[in-house]
Design a protein around this ligand. Structure first.
Ligand code: BGN
Length: 268
């Protein structure tokens, strides 16, 4: 491998796929050698940790193409052993981002013994190559400065967009709540879980933790999110990884990612 790749320059250029198809993106990334299911590892050293990137998904192919085209070179350069998981919600009812991430965590661990997890929105692309996706000691909020929010953190407890957590800490807090259907609040509930377990949300400097948000249609907000959030604490022990129910409709090791199609309807 060319040693030049080890220099981190700061700002990285956003790559735009010439066509929004997975085949085209795979073609544009053909200079990378993937293992099965979108896994990468350094060729000339042994990575310290195994990392899973968990992406909840439904019906955003254009975003997914940009995400893959940008993330693979970005993460490869950091010499990580990582696997991208795309977890698609099968039904067309309200989207449950948090539950999809719980499913991603659970299913990923059936495939490899991952040390840590990055829960990653498909519409967020890192803009700075010094934003290192290493396993965090404490839960790490990654998407600190997003262009859509003028590169400012909207509120100090925000724990959405992109977060990183060790397997141990994610299990300790019982994962995310499964009860947030529709947009909003599930990330705030996770912030409460983290704090209730005496963990600290950590962040890189906002000059480094910068992200571009891709455009897409807005999701329907969850009218019950305030209620669920304020009563959340009572459910930390009973609502999460330990009462997760779903059905896997498809599991495929594709060239650029491991794909899971899951039915969440059983819980409504
Ligand atoms: C907040 C949302 C988060 C979202 C951020 C950033 C809620 C809960 C009611 C207090 N929280 O308002 O889920 O990530 O905005 O968009 O809606």
């Amino acid at each position: 491998m060319n040693r030049d790749v080890l220099y981190f320059y700061g700002t990285v250029r956003l790559l735009v796929p010439s066509q929004e198809t997975l085949e085209e993106v795979a073609q544009e990334l053909s200079w990378l050698r993937f293992l099965e299911g979108g896994r990468q590892m350094p060729l000339d050293c042994q990575a310290k940790y195994k990392i899973a990137i968990i992406v909840p998904y439904r019906n955003r192919l254009a975003n997914l193409c940009s995400f893959l085209l940008n993330m693979h070179p970005f993460l490869t350069k950091q010499q990580l052993d990582y696997t991208i998981f795309i977890i698609e919600q099968f039904d067309d009812g309200l989207f449950n981002r948090a539950m999809l991430m719980n499913v991603g965590f659970t299913e990923a661990l059936k495939l490899h013994d991952f040390d840590c997890f990055f829960f990653h929105d498909v519409d967020l692309i890192p803009e700075n190559d010094r934003n290192i996706y290493s396993c965090p000691d404490q839960p790490r909020h990654m998407s600190v400065a997003i262009d859509k929010f003028n590169y400012r953190l909207p509120y100090v407890d925000l724990f959405g967009g992109v977060i990183g957590m060790s397997r141990k800490h994610f299990q300790l807090v019982n994962g995310f709540s499964n009860m947030f259907w529709g947009w909003g609040g599930e990330d705030d509930d996770m912030a409460s879980r983290v704090k209730a377990h005496d963990l600290n949300i950590t962040r890189y400097h906002p000059d480094v933790a910068r992200y571009h948000m891709l455009t897409h249609a807005q999701q329907k907000a969850n009218p019950k999110r305030y209620e669920k959030l304020y009563s959340g604490r009572k459910r930390f022990k009973t609502d999460g990884l330990n009462n997760l129910e779903y059905r896997v409709k498809a599991l495929k090791q594709l060239p650029l990612f491991t794909y899971l199609l899951v039915d969440l309807t059983s819980r409504r």
